[in-house]
Design a binder for this molecule. Structure first.
Ligand SMILES: O=C(O)C1=C[C@@H](OP(=O)(O)O)[C@@H](O)[C@H](O)C1
Ligand SMILES: C=C(OP(=O)(O)O)C(=O)O
Length: 411
């Protein structure tokens, strides 16, 4: 499938969407399951390629572990295979081999892992050569690059003979993902301590207790539906499988979108999205929810609501440099993402009167979130999304679900 042309809806949108399961919750549950000798009963396993890749690699005895483009799969498996003394070659797409992993490798080496960089220091591919416990049970590490290094270490920490204390330095980014990890560990019997005043996490040496666990639907995937409701003239959508008290930090989308004209009514089955009044402008710090930045930026650009963003530094080391990708593609919609304060404050605003001229064609940079964040523009104006297959990373049913509210065609 080369590209998809999304057409504006011809009638009011009324839909019920059973959202895909969260790949983040799923990948944590899969690691914990592996540490209980696969005795947990996991339900609602994510169809996302990132989770399916995790499943496949956990079952494989091959030396080569190719994570494709899945960040958590790379980071969590590097930790798991290391401490369980499995000799592996960890690799992925060319982009994955540009995403830093040195902070995690340094930490695992302190614990006793023998890890070699095959090419460039600090980046995959990695050769995992085995593990000889060093006796160290304390780590001091940066918390401002990626929370995935921290989650990876937390997940394997109960299996270490003296547990692990991690002291985080710098501003902690994506903290709800660390809390998600700790909460899921607690569900399986790990009695952790987290002191967020000193950013110190303590995990005792304990065995995970196998048990049933149901993975929640994906709030990051929900964000595209919020944007659809915000941009469509007339829309009401119920998203099934979401909880108000979620482990996922991306549930912040409910509050963000209350400023962009969407109210959330929690039901027994999930959340009902209804249109309401929007604010004239909005400022948001995305430090806790970086994966929402693209959705919100595109939605604000299309609604002509000026948006100030902070906390988006980590976007540069994700599936693509998302700051650059947003800058390029928002321009095609007559909007811009401008850096106001170096590496800190950005602004999205309209720079041109954008009217129905040529149909814009959005390049997706091998990034599922570029495709899913720009497709809702189709609620207002036809839009072409290039390489739409990228959505498989987190939400394989995205286009099928979109077809229930508007038409699109392959071109
Ligand atoms: O732990 C996780 O499941 C994730 C953590 C976040 O990454 P960073 O911690 O690198 O920001 C997020 O962007 C990613 O999609 C999933
Ligand atoms: C950043 C993401 O994923 P990962 O880092 O796990 O590849 C994402 O899904 O937006």
């Amino acid at each position: 499938m080369k590209s998809i042309l999304v057409h504006p809806p011809q009638q009011p949108i009324r839909a019920e969407i059973k959202l895909a399961a969260s790949k983040s919750e799923c990948n944590r549950a899969l690691i914990i399951n592996a540490l209980t000798d696969f005795r947990c009963e996991l339900s609602n396993i994510s169809e996302a390629r990132d989770s399916q890749t995790m499943l496949r690699l956990l079952q494989s005895t091959d030396f080569e572990a190719d994570v494709i483009d899945a960040g958590t799969t790379m980071r969590f498996l590097t930790a798991l295979f290391s401490v369980t003394n499995q000799k592996k070659r960890m690799t992925g797409t060319p982009r994955m081999c540009e995403r830093p992993i040195g902070i995690l490798v340094d930490a695992l080496r302190i614990l006793g892992a023998d890890i070699q960089y095959e090419k460039e220091e600090g980046y995959p591919p990695l050769l995992l050569n085995g593990f000889k416990y060093s006796g160290n049970n304390e780590l001091v590490m940066r918390g401002d690059v990626s929370s995935q290094y921290i989650s990876a270490l937390l997940l394997i920490a109960p299996a270490l003979p003296s547990g692990l204390t991690i002291k985080l330095e710098g501003e902690v980014g994506s903290r709800p993902y660390i809390e998600m990890t700790l909460n899921q560990m607690a569900e399986f019997g790990i009695d952790y301590k987290a002191d967020w005043d000193s950013n110190t996490l303590y995990i005792p040496p304990l065995k995970y207790q196998a048990g049933p666990y149901e993975i929640e639907s994906d709030w990051s995937g929900a964000s595209y539906w919020y944007s659809i409701v915000a941009l469509a003239d007339d829309a009401e959508v119920e998203l099934l499988g979401l909880k108000k008290e979620s482990l996922q930090g991306d549930s912040a989308i409910a509050e963000i979108m209350s400023h962009l004209g969407v109210e959330s009514i929690f039901t027994e089955r999930g959340v009902l999205l209804r249109k309401t009044h929007a604010a004239p402008s909005i400022g948001w710090d995305f430090t806790d929810c970086p994966d929402l930045a693209q959705t919100v930026a595109v939605c604000c650009a299309m609604k002509n609501i000026p948006l100030s963003l902070t906390g988006i530094e980590s976007l540069k080391i994700k599936e693509t440099d998302r700051v650059y990708a947003l800058q390029k593609e928002l321009n095609k919609l007559g909007a811009e993402l401008r850096e106001i304060e170096k590496n800190h404050m950005y602004k999205v605003s309209r720079i041109a009167d954008w009217s129905a001229g040529e149909t814009p064609s959005i390049h997706t940079y091998d990034d599922h979130r570029m495709a899913m964040a720009f497709a809702p523009v189709g609620m207002i104006h036809p839009i072409i999304i290039e390489e739409p297959g990228v959505v498989v990373k987190s939400y394989p049913g995205y286009w099928k679900d979109l077809a229930t509210v508007t038409s699109w065609e392959e071109i």
